[in-house]
Design a binder for this molecule. Sequence first.
Ligand code: 5GP
Ligand code: ZN
Length: 111
Amino acid sequence: MSDCVFCKIIAGQIPSEKVYEDEEFIVIKDIRPVAPTHLLAIYKKHIPTINDLELEDSQKMWRLFEVIKTVAKQQNIESYRIVQNNGKDSGQEVPHIHFHIIAGRRLGALG
Ligand code: 5GP
Ligand code: ZN
């Protein structure tokens, strides 16, 4: 997707602070962190929301948990929150599937 900020980051057209990369995922530091550690695990294929996932991709994405474990160990965070937004009302700003990894402070209730 030519106008997608995350596709541009994946393609190296926009700079980012990368902490992990493999065939399916890239993990970068969020540009506007809400906590001392705020990372984005981005699925490399341009798929806007969970609702748009095909079986093949949702199967590939199960490896996300391995990616998160690896990154959590690397970043030395034991306690963290995963957030994933779908659609406007959820607060999704970038319509390209990604998972926030938030840590480093005591987090409040969801809502
Ligand atoms: P969403 O609201 O879609 O779940 O989250 C999008 C996240 O992407 C936001 O937390 C925002 O700060 C982050 N973001 C938006 N543009 C950029 C960018 O160009 N670089 C990086 N590293 N993060 C970005
Ligand atoms: Zn994209």
